[in-house]
Structures are given as C-alpha cells and as structure tokens.
Design a protein. Sequence first.
Length: 270
Amino acid sequence: MEANIYLVTILRLSFYNPIVDTIFMYNICNMKPLYKSVIIKVSGESLQDTKDKSCYDKTKLDSVAKTVKEATDLGVHVAVVVGAGNIWRGRLAEKVGIDQSTGDYMGMLGTIMNALALQSAFEEIGLDTRVMSAINVPQVCEPYIKRKAVHHLNNGRVVIFAGGTGSPFFTTDSCATLRALDVGTEAILMGKNGVEGVLDSDPRVNPDAKLIEHLTYQEVVEKKLGVMDLTAVAMLSNTNIKIHVFNMSDSNNVIKVLKGEKVGSIISKE
C-alpha cells in the first residue's frame, strides 16, 4: 500500500494543487476494504495448465498468490479454500469402479496437494501461510482447529483450508461455507473458471445466458442454480455472510470486490 501511495504521489506532481491533492491523498490513505475478513474459493481447474493438461501452471499459481498478497496489503484477513478438479473429479470414481465415499476421500487428498502448491507460491512472495487440513496429515500441514485458525488469521497469516470437510458426500463449497461460519469471515469470494458470475441459464446450452447481478440464497435454492452446492447455500440462508461470484481469469476481480466495485454477482440473505 505504501508503494502505491508513493507512485500516486509521483504521478500527481506534474499537476499539483494543494487543496485537491490533500483531499486525494486523504482518500487514498483512508481507503477501507469492503470486508475485514474473507474466504477466497479457488477452483482446482483454475490452477491447471491448459496447454498440456498438467495439474499446475506456475503462472496461474503466481497469479493467485499476487491476488492474495494485494488483498492482505489492504488489511484484509484472508483464508483460501481450494478444490481438486485439476487432479481428480468425483464422476471418475464410478467410471473406474471406485465407490463414491472412497472417490470423495481421493478428492480431499487432492485439495491437500493443491493447498501445498499454493502455500509454496504464497511463501515465494513473502506471505506467511499455514495449511490446515480436515484430514490429519501432520507431516505436511496442521490439523484444522478453529481457535488456531482464528489465531493465525488475527496474526496476519494466510490460512489455506484443505481436506474438504473431512467427510465424504460434501463438496469444497460446503467446506468454504462451514469454515466461513466457524472462523467468522464476512464474505466468500468465489472465483469461477471462465464464468462471469451467476447466469440465468447454462451458457453451454444458451449462448444468450444473462448475468444476474444480485439474488438471494432462497432464489438460488428455488431456481436450483448451479453456481454452487445447494447444501452450502442452504447453510448460509439465515446469515449475513455474502457470496461474490466472478470470473477468476481476471486476477484483478478479487481486489475490485474488496474495493466495493461492481463485479460479477452477489448472493445474500436479502
């Protein structure tokens, strides 16, 4: 943030006006983010190398790290929940003769791999990061404990929640919802892979599908919109937590949301 203020000051020197510039710099220095604490939901597919279909693209890992760093520089407490679609898809379980429960556990293990990949990218740019897993893997990450997670966040660390909920039959959307409720974050920022937000129909079927800028949790459930797991939506229906859905392909969208700009869709209680 200090570097940004320094740059802005240099740019303003060429047309300096004492009164205008005093007001301008006051607004920059006192700019407050829309939320104090958020969970950023990152899809596994958004980390994948689209050229050779390998699990990771360093450019994409670095992009997520840069986005998280910019959010923390605004003073926001940031936690991350990551999916595993770049490693394992649940629908593959039935195809290869694996029961759903086992397939779900395989997906949870995939989220731990992705969390470790993100942790490496975060730490490379100086972000103090902890991976906390609902599945106990003490050799590589901490177990999820609410008080410890809150302690990490309050001390300015980024926490990556891995291992899903720790139970089969639940998605990483449900994990994001449960963690948001448990550690008290104000919003879930849900980055989608190539989708601008919540649409009124499936864009693969209807190329004229339109963006819905705001809707309630009840509307998502009633219309059975596929934006996220409906179980996760139902858990938030009576809370003040908001969900922002936007295209994660634009790395600036998270910061735009935190600055209060209109991006994608907002889902809330009312």
